[in-house]
Every structure is written in structure tokens, then in C-alpha cells.
Ligand binder design. Structure first.
Ligand SMILES: [Zn+2]
Length: 422
């Protein structure tokens, strides 16, 4: 088969991204190996030789696994785009169920489902081989299977009707359908944010109020001192799946709650937990949550505008073997939507250094906030060091690699920023 000019551009985009990812991964692994002989000077007082070796091994193992996934994903994407399997399946679907909105939504849903099935062996390997080898995995097979089933049910109950409604909007609202669709999706996202802590998250984890005692008093005092309205501080059984640790807050306004992983509570001392919470509150106080929400809303509008535009460009889906349906907008929007979803990452990838640069600035701001509220920098530095050590984080990432992939500054960068405030 001969490729149209745009198909060739798409192929180049897919290959360029995969090549860049493989190159960055190699660069990083070589850099880590070059520092692997002894613990770098800056970390000698925080990490012992055996732990450092394990962090090097963990980084290299994840790097190699990532390369396999990158190659597989690129090969899969190229197959999907250029084998004609998507137009063929689309034809079968519309022939079997007629070109109704439900059939269209069904096509997108089944395609997404098939792709997630293809990814399952990798998810399995990551959890039960890779994470397990380094002592992080605590997920049982039962939990793993149940998680996937619950995820699937949520997609059927929430995702599928939303998708059908978006396509229905094309019929109802005409050329400006994408504005209505974006409004609908954003409203749905906000609703989900509102109800998730009460309805969805408990499906996956147990949440228990932090028991009475000095830690609870200390954290509530911090919330009060920083004027952070919260009703409850809860402990989540993160240890059900992994020994990795985390903290976050969720919900809006009065329904906001602070969630600490039980693994975090076990790993950190009280002043350290306080500093981690202060950091999280810093994200809220510096309006990072609102800004990120704003960007995500903007992203939804841009995404739908792009799909609506692409759906009118015959060359776009003809390049991938789809036919143009005159007078039936939804039948053009669906392939455009699918192709957009498949190809968007090949372009957005190149913007990730920019997005991460922005995200790292937020982290510095939250650190500075934590430092100001807990008076001294030491508890947060101590907490960051412990978390780095317990999570076997890479202590010596290549600067270009961390620039591309890290949403957080490296430990040294954060320590230096916290210390210059002293
Ligand atoms: Zn943060």
C-alpha cells in the first residue's frame, strides 16, 4: 500500500518519539552506571552502600522494561494506524449495528477495551515481577484482578454513557458540537472530583480516620495554623498494593480531606509527616490545584476543537484508510476522535519538558511554603531523604532525562533550594 503524505508524517512522529524515548533511556542508564561504583559524596550520610546498589539496580531494571514497552507501543501504534484494522473494524461495527450513536460509542469503547487488554501482560509483569523483585509489591492476584474488573465496570457505567452523550451532541447541536461536548466533559470531570472521594475511591481502598493522639493533634494544628479547611485526616491502606508511599488531599471546600498512605505514616516521624502535609497544603495555598484544573479544562476544549477540525479534513482519515461520510457528522467524528487519541501523545511528548518545568516550579513553591510554616527546613529534608531511600529513587538521573520525565525536582535540587532559605 502507498502512504499519503500525512500518513508519512504520522509515521515519522511515532518513530521520532520512540527513538527519543529509547535514546533518553540509554543516556540515563549509562549515566547511572557511570556513578554506580560508589555512593556519590552528596548522599553518603543518607544512604548506605547496599541500598544505593539496590536503587541503581531498580533504576536500570525499570529502564530496560521501559524500553521494551516503548518498542512494543510504537509497533502496536504503527500496526493500528497502517494495517487497515481500524477502518475494517469500524466498517464491521457500523454494518452490524447500523451507524447509530450507540454503535459508534460501542466501537470506540471496544477499541479502547481491546487496547487495555493488550497492555495487561505488561502491567502484570511490572507489578508481579519488577516491583516484586525489589520488595515493593504487596498486591495479591485477587486484588489485581478485582482492580481491573472494577475499573472496567466504572468505564462501562460512567465512560460509555458519557461517550454516547458526546456523540449525541453532534446530532443535537450541529457544527458547534465540540463546545457543548467540552462543556459536558468538564462538568462530568468536576462532578467526578466531587463524588470520587465518597463513591469511587472507597471501592479500591479503605479509609480510616487518623486515630486520636499526638500525630492527629499536630496535623490538625497545622491545618488550622495555615487556614486550610479540612474536616478529616484519613489513613489509606496503600500497603494493600505497594510499599511505595504518598500523601494527597481530595475533594472540594468543606468536603476536602487529607489522605496519608499507611506506608507513609509508618516510614516517617511526626515532624516529617507534618512537613509533608505542609508541602501538600502549600500546593493548595499557592493555587496549584486550581491552576492545574484550569489547564486541564483548557486541554479538553483544545482537544475537542482539534477533533472537530480534523473531522472535516478528508485527507486526515483517508490517510489511515477511513472513508468520508457526507451528511453524517458522527461517522466522521468517531474516526477523527480515535486517531486523535492515538496520535496526540506523539506531539504532546515534545512538550513534556515544558509541562514538567512548570510542575517543578510548583514543587519548589510548595517546599518553600512548608519551610515557612514548619519554621525549619530540616524535617522536610529528612522526610524527602527517607522517601527517596525507601522508594529506591534514582539518585543520579541524567539532567536531560530528569528534564524530560521528572515532575518533581531531584532530591539535591530540593535540598539546595530549602537550604538557601536558611
Ligand atoms: Zn508536591
Amino acid at each position: 500500500m502507498s502512504l499519503s503524505p500525512f500518513a508519512i508524517i504520522a509515521l515519522v512522529l511515532v518513530l521520532a518519539r520512540a527513538t527519543a524515548e529509547l535514546w533518553l533511556s540509554r543516556l540515563n542508564q549509562n549515566y547511572v552506571r557511570a556513578h554506580a561504583d560508589e555512593v556519590p559524596l552528596a548522599f553518603r550520610e543518607m544512604v548506605d552502600e547496599p541500598t544505593y546498589r539496590r536503587s541503581v539496580d531498580y533504576t536500570l531494571a525499570k529502564g530496560r522494561f521501559g524500553e521494551v514497552v516503548t518498542v512494543f507501543d510504537a509497533a502496536l501504534l504503527i500496526t493500528l494506524l497502517f494495517s487497515g484494522v481500524l477502518p475494517w473494524a469500524f466498517g464491521k461495527f457500523t454494518a452490524a449495528f447500523r451507524a447509530s450513536v450507540w454503535a459508534m460509542a460501542g466501537f470506540l469503547f471496544v477499541t479502547g477495551f481491546a487496547l487495555s487488554i493488550i497492555g495487561l501482560p505488561f502491567a502484570w509483569y511490572a507489578q508481579f515481577k519488577l516491583e516484586d523483585r525489589f520488595g515493593f509489591n504487596t498486591t495479591t492476584v485477587k486484588t489485581w484482578v478485582l482492580d481491573r474488573l472494577k475499573g472496567f465496570l466504572l468505564a462501562v457505567l460512567l465512560g460509555f454513557p458519557l461517550l454516547a452523550l458526546v456523540l449525541k451532541l453532534i446530532e443535537w447541536t450541529g457544527a458547534n458540537w465540540w463546545i457543548w461536548a467540552a462543556v459536558l466533559v468538564v462538568a462530568f470531570q468536576l462532578l467526578l472530583m466531587l463524588i470520587a472521594p465518597a463513591v469511587i475511591m472507597p471501592l479500591f481502598n479503605k479509609f480510616t480516620p487518623l486515630p486520636d493522639g499526638s500525630l492527629r493533634e499536630r496535623l490538625f494544628a497545622l491545618a488550622q495554623r495555615t487556614d486550610f479547611p479540612t474536616r478529616s485526616i484519613e489513613v489509606m491502606d496503600g500497603s494493600k498494593r505497594s510499599r511505595h508511599s504518598n500523601a494527597f488531599f481530595t475533594g472540594f471546600g468543606r468536603f476536602r480531606k487529607i489522605v496519608l498512605f499507611d506506608t507513609l505514616v509508618a516510614q516517617l516521624a511526626e515532624p516529617e509527616l507534618e512537613s509533608v502535609l505542609a508541602h501538600e497544603i502549600g500546593h493548595y495555598k499557592r493555587r496549584h490545584v486550581l491552576k492545574l484544573l484550569g489547564v486541564s479544562i483548557l486541554g479538553v476544549f483544545i482537544g475537542f476543537a482539534a477533533v472537530a477540525w480534523l473531522a472535516r479534513q478528508q485527507w486526515f482519515y483517508r490517510a489511515f484508510g477511513f472513508e468520508y461520510h457526507a451528511g453524517f457528522a458522527a461517522a466522521n467524528v468517531v474516526p477523527a476522535m480515535l486517531l486523535f487519541a492515538l496520535l496526540a501523545g506523539t506531539i504532546s511528548f515534545w512538550f513534556s519538558p515544558l509541562a514538567h518545568f512548570w510542575s517543578r516550579r510548583f514543587e519548589y513553591e510548595a517546599d518553600a511554603f512548608a519551610r515557612a510554616t514548619t519554621v525549619e527546613a530540616q524535617p522536610l529534608i529528612q522526610a524527602l531523604r527517607k522517601l527517596t531511600e525507601k522508594n529506591l529513587s534514582n539518585l543520579t538521573p541524567h539532567p536531560l532525562y530528569s528534564g524530560f520525565y521528572y515532575s518533581h525536582p531531584t532530591l539535591l535540587e530540593r535540598e539546595n533550594a530549602l537550604r538557601t532559605g536558611d
